[in-house]
Design a protein around this ligand. Structure first.
Ligand SMILES: C[C@H](O)[C@@H](O)[C@@H](O)C(=O)CO
Ligand SMILES: [Mn+2]
Length: 598
């Protein structure tokens, strides 16, 4: 296991816990000290036992030195949190306390309040008063209030409260982790794809991120001038020869490259992979080799590679680089994935980043290529779609950036999964590699050659497809479709796959239908998708995405998450409670992007 790959600059954000108390001494406060601090400790324990940073370490919680009964203690807490690098705050209280005198006023820190549901003391009354204060001051906060009354002596956290604490903490940490990091654009706009017109106003205002841009000629420079670790290169090439099997060449004989050229292409794409990684996060070895500036990297938590067409018309394509970096393993062992968008589609890169930061798992990048209705499948294969595929399927397929974790060759309790890197075994990494062949790139598309990863995702995995789009005059919106990967009968798969580019990785996706609007049927899901790409994350993470989007003030324009799981700041209720989607738009517009005007 190797956790050095998440080596971005900036310490990992902690979760700050603020125990809030009734400030009246000589009876009230003293009687509440233990219970209040007890709640803070219980929340800290819950979160640090259950949440992990992208490097696999447990999330760190910091509790204020004292309970907070008034503004002086609130200020001391804020000072401690700033010193400790707190990025997310949770206030807890079992009693009445003084709203605006005690709340967390930092506008950039996502915040939640848990008000104990008891009646000896009115924790819920404080919760309501503090949330009203937050709303009135334009500092939206999440309210957490257990469904069932607890006894004053009960130190446990009820299940419904746990679920909300965890959902808020995962989303809040994602916000804090991306802040101050970069999206590195390698190259420019790919084939006119709007998502690769990288929009720094969006990254700065909505994500608190910055943009770095390098020309793809930087790859040529580093290859020609040998600005990479040559020892690592030798090791990497040997590993690639042993672990990455070259697949059948689908090019016509006249178009096929010579063995000698293919061997050169392999060396070239391995170098590209190392160089892209070094550009993203730096590499101390380069400083030892005399390249001190290059050793720094761009502090990139996500990146994109233009590839098509100027690069791929001449040089080997970026498929190997993108697929390997997005995966949880390479010649350096099992490690955190690097988030990289193909075709420099930064908006899909952001969706991948959301999925990654919420789950710590590798992501699939794909074209949302074809809706196959049951009738169309019947017509071309003579077969009926059955089971979860019975209403039709969507073919997710793109050369490039799908992580090899997307083969579905990792497992938990006998089921296919995509795991955080620290849970992946050597055997599972090997299985993902064995399930992948590297097919010489189709030269009609990729004149410079290269190798495309080819695999078929195992069916039966719960997954979430997501996508950010920017709409002029409105700003960014998020789309979410939860569903499952599907196993098709082999003959059906072969007929459908051969109609496309069978050298690319395929995921058959069946969204979960709700019977209404965009989820009326599978066709409507495809028809409502806002762009050519989607990012696919393991698990049903739609509820977490909705919480995350609300913190960033990105409205969700399409989702199939059950209403009881939707958790947004309490102020959202003031924009309407009947039509949650409309209320989300109004609330996001009213509060505006977290980091300032778009
Ligand atoms: C090879 C082709 O240009 C593909 O890369 C193209 O269909 C896309 O992926 C567009 O998003
Ligand atoms: Mn594409």
């Amino acid at each position: 296991m190797n956790n050095t790959s998440f080596r971005l600059i900036g310490s990992l954000p902690k979760i700050g816990i603020r125990p809030i108390i009734d400030g009246r001494r000589k009876g009230v406060r003293e009687a509440l000290e233990d219970q209040t601090m007890g709640m803070a400790k219980a929340v800290a324990q819950l979160l640090s036992e259950n949440l992990k940073y992208p490097n696999g370490q447990p999330v760190e919680c910091v509790i204020a030195d004292t309970t907070i009964g008034g503004v002086a203690e609130a200020a001391r807490c804020a000072e401690k949190f700033a010193r400790e690098g707190v990025g997310v705050s949770i206030s807890v209280t079992p009693c009445w306390c003084y709203g605006s005198e005690t709340i967390d006023m930092d506008p950039y820190i996502p915040k939640a309040i848990w008000g104990f549901n008891g009646t000896e003391r009115p924790g819920a009354v404080y919760l309501a008063a503090a949330l009203a204060g937050h709303s009135q001051k334009g500092l939206p906060a999440f309210g957490i209030y257990g469904r069932d009354v607890q006894d004053a002596t009960d130190r446990s956290i009820p299940e419904d409260v746990k679920e909300k604490l965890m959902r808020f903490a995962r989303a809040g940490l994602a916000v804090a982790l991306m802040r101050g990091k970069s999206y590195l654009s390698m190259g420019s706009v790919s084939m006119g794809i709007a998502g690769s017109i990288v929009n720094s106003d969006f990254f700065e205002s909505y994500l608190g991120m910055r943009n770095e841009y390098v020309d793809m000629s930087e790859f040529t420079r580093r290859i020609d001038e040998e600005i990479y670790d040559k020892d690592e290169f030798e090791r990497a090439l040997k590993w690639v020869k042993e672990n990455c099997k070259e697949g059948k060449d689908n090019n016509s004989p006249a178009m096929q490259s010579s063995r000698q050229r293919k061997d050169w292409e392999w060396e070239f794409v391995v170098k590209m992979t190392m160089i892209a990684r070094d550009l993203m996060v730096g590499n101390e070895r380069l400083a030892e080799l005399g390249y001190v500036e290059e050793a720094q990297g761009h502090n990139a938590i996500a990146a994109g590679f233009q590839g098509q067409r100027q690069w791929t018309d001449h040089f080997p394509n970026g498929d190997f680089m993108e697929a390997m970096l997005n995966s949880s393993f390479d010649w350096n062992g099992i490690r955190a994935p690097y988030i990289m968008a193909t075709e420099n589609d930064s908006l899909n890169g952001v969706a991948m980043l959301f999925g990654y930061l919420l789950t710590n798992t590798a992501q699939i990048f794909a074209d949302v290529r074809t809706y196959w209705s049951p009738d169309a499948v019947k017509r071309v294969t003579g077969k009926e779609l059955t089971g979860i595929a019975e209403n039709g399927i969507i073919h997710l397929i793109n050369s490039g950036a799908a992580a090899l974790d997307g083969t579905g060759q990792q497992s938990r309790n006998g089921e296919p999964v995509m795991k955080p890197f620290w849970e992946i075994t050597e055997d599972e990494a090997k299985k993902c590699l064995d399930a992948t062949s590297w097919r010489p790139a189709i030269r009609e598309y990729f004149r410079g050659g290269g190798f495309s990863s080819n695999f078929l995702t195992k069916g039966g995995m719960p997954v979430t497809m997501m996508r950010v789009n920017i709409i002029k005059g409105l700003g960014p919106v998020l789309q979410i479709a939860e569903g499952y990967t599907v196993d098709l009968p082999e003959d059906v798969h072969n007929i459908l796959d051969k109609r496309t580019d069978p050298t690319w990785p395929t995921t058959w996706f069946a969204p979960r239908l709700t019977g209404s609007s965009a989820f009326r049927d599978v066709y409507s899901v495809m028809n409502n998708w806002g762009a050519n790409h989607g990012a696919i994350s393991y698990g049903h993470i739609g509820a977490d995405l909705i919480t995350l989007a609300s913190i960033l003030r990105i409205p969700v324009c399409m989702h199939n998450v059950p209403e009881e799981k939707i958790f947004r700041p309490s102020a959202w209720g003031a924009f309407g409670t009947k039509d949650l989607e409309g209320a989300d738009y109004r609330a996001c517009k009213n509060f505006g992007p977290l980091y300032g005007k778009f």
